[in-house]
Each structure stands twice: as structure tokens, then as C-alpha cells.
Design a binder for this molecule. Structure first.
Ligand code: HEC
Ligand code: HEC
Length: 211
């Protein structure tokens, strides 16, 4: 009897010690790969090269940005998710913090397949907004935060180069009306609020062609 109790206590202590282990600060891409192949791959491609424009490219995206988006989709402590999307809410719900870090490490380490701008007639306008913004309208250059070649900047600023133009356009419109509101200090909501439909289309197409 006493022996059984002692073992039970020992077991409980070990389990508690394991549960209290802090999540690893750096993700493990091999563990992320296993989840990516079984769960995320159907929509984003197992290596993050997505087959369809509604599902954003994740290959080569900034690691911390991916992790933040997964946390924002999931929400915490009963609070509503910071980024609302019914599909991704369902995907993020079962993920642990370590899963999210591992997935971020996996997708960030993958190579993106090159893509191209589609609308030649819009390149001049897209390039102007990307590189200079529009001083009179108070639009800052996208390059200032997302990088001259759209590669993004760790930790906050996502890569936009090679992203589907349709997805970028949809996100800019969502920021503009405040439907997407998880940007720190309303950075993107303020900028998108000043962009016209034509400017959004042009800059989204331009970013798709950056590499
Ligand atoms: C059924 C399709 C589907 C599956 C499966 C799926 N996603 Fe998504 N994912 C989407 C869609 C659609 C969006 C775009 C949401 C929006 O429009 O805001 C998205 C967006 C994202 C984003 C935000 C990207 C960005 O640039 O902001 C991340 C990160 C992400 N998904 C990761 C994952 C991970 C990790 C998994 C696997 C655990 C996964 N997704 C599974 C459809 C899916
Ligand atoms: C002051 C810095 C800053 C500038 C300038 C800026 N952005 Fe952003 N952008 C951000 C941040 C920060 C995020 C990430 C928001 C989050 O954490 O969800 C972001 C996110 C985005 C996203 C969402 C990407 C995704 O994968 O879902 C798009 C699209 C975007 N920006 C487009 C632009 C365009 C186009 C311009 C130029 C007109 C621009 N940004 C200028 C800071 C900036």
C-alpha cells in the first residue's frame, strides 16, 4: 500500500515537472514539418508553397510573424481572437505554444517558388507606392517596413515578396475597414485607410513580383 502511494506521488511529481517545462524559445523545424505535412499542407502546401491564392504563401515567411499570427488566430484566456478567421481559428485551436513555434520554424526555413507580377500596366504605380509612398496623401513607403525587396524584417514585419496578389489585396482591404485589427499600433490600418482601390491593386501586384 505504502509503496503504491509512493510510486503514485513520484509519478505525479514527474508529470508536473514535465508540464511545467517552459516552451522552447526556438522552434524545432522537424517537429513542425510533421504537423505541416498532415494538417496544413492541403491548403498551404507541405513546404508552404500554397497551390491557391486564398491560402497565403508561408514558405520563407518571417518566423516570429508566423508564430504571432497563429497565436492571434487562436486567441487566449477566453478573449476573442486578435485576428478573426473561421478557418484558421479551427486550425490554431488544437496547437500548443510549442507546436506554433515548431511550425513557424519549419515554414520560415522553406524556399519560396518565384512568382511574377501579372499586370504590366500597374507596375509604375505599384513601384512608386512601394518605394516612395505618397507624401501628399500621407502614405509611407512600404519598403520602409517590409524591406526594399519585400523580404520583410524580423521580428515584426512580414515578407510580402512573392505573396499572391489576391491575398495581399484582400488583407489591405480588411485592414482598411478594420476587419483585420491585429496590427501593432494600428500601423497597417492607418496606412491602408489612405490607399484607394487602384493603389491597393497596383501595390499588391507589384509585391507579388518582388523577389
Ligand atoms: C482549410 C485550409 C487551411 C488549412 C488546413 C490551414 N490553413 Fe492557414 N490559412 C488558410 C486561409 C484561408 C488563410 C487566410 C486567412 C485570411 O484571409 O485572413 C490562412 C492563413 C494562415 C496564416 C497567416 C499568413 C499570413 O501571411 O498572415 C498562417 C501563419 C497560417 N495560415 C498557418 C497555418 C498552419 C500552421 C496550418 C496547419 C496547422 C494551417 N495554416 C492550416 C487556410 C488554411
Ligand atoms: C510602419 C511600418 C509599416 C509600413 C510603412 C507598412 N507596413 Fe505593412 N505591415 C506592418 C506590420 C507591423 C505588419 C504585421 C501586422 C501583424 O502583426 O499582423 C504588416 C502587415 C502587412 C500585410 C499583411 C501581410 C500578411 O501576410 O498577411 C500587408 C499585406 C501589408 N502589411 C502591406 C503593406 C503595404 C502594401 C504597405 C505600403 C503601402 C505597407 N504594408 C507599409 C508594418 C508596416
Amino acid at each position: 500500500m505504502i509503496r503504491t502511494a509512493a510510486i503514485a506521488i513520484l509519478l505525479a511529481t514527474t508529470l508536473t515537472a514535465q508540464a511545467a517545462d517552459p516552451a522552447p524559445a526556438k522552434g524545432d523545424p522537424a517537429k513542425g514539418k510533421a504537423i505541416a505535412e498532415t494538417v496544413c499542407g492541403a491548403c498551404h502546401g507541405p513546404d508552404g508553397n500554397s497551390p491557391a491564392p486564398v491560402n497565403p504563401q508561408l514558405a520563407g515567411q518571417i518566423e516570429e510573424y508566423i508564430y504571432k499570427q497563429l497565436k492571434d488566430f487562436k486567441g487566449a484566456d477566453g478573449k476573442p481572437a486578435a485576428r478573426m478567421n473561421p478557418i484558421m481559428a479551427g486550425m490554431a485551436a488544437p496547437l500548443t505554444d510549442a507546436d506554433m513555434r515548431n511550425l513557424a520554424a519549419w515554414f520560415a526555413g522553406q524556399k519560396a517558388k518565384p512568382s511574377a507580377a501579372k499586370d504590366e500596366s500597374q507596375i509604375a504605380l505599384g513601384q512608386k507606392i512601394w518605394r516612395q509612398g505618397d507624401f501628399k496623401k500621407g502614405i509611407p513607403a512600404c519598403a520602409g517596413c517590409h524591406g526594399p525587396a519585400g523580404a520583410g524584417m524580423p521580428a515584426q514585419y512580414p515578407k510580402l515578396a512573392g505573396q499572391f496578389a489576391e491575398y495581399t489585396e484582400a488583407q489591405l482591404k480588411a485592414f482598411r475597414v478594420g476587419e483585420r485589427a491585429n496590427d501593432p499600433e494600428k500601423m497597417m490600418r492607418m496606412i491602408a485607410g489612405k490607399l484607394s482601390d487602384a493603389e491597393i491593386k497596383a501595390v499588391s501586384d507589384y509585391a507579388a513580383g518582388l523577389r
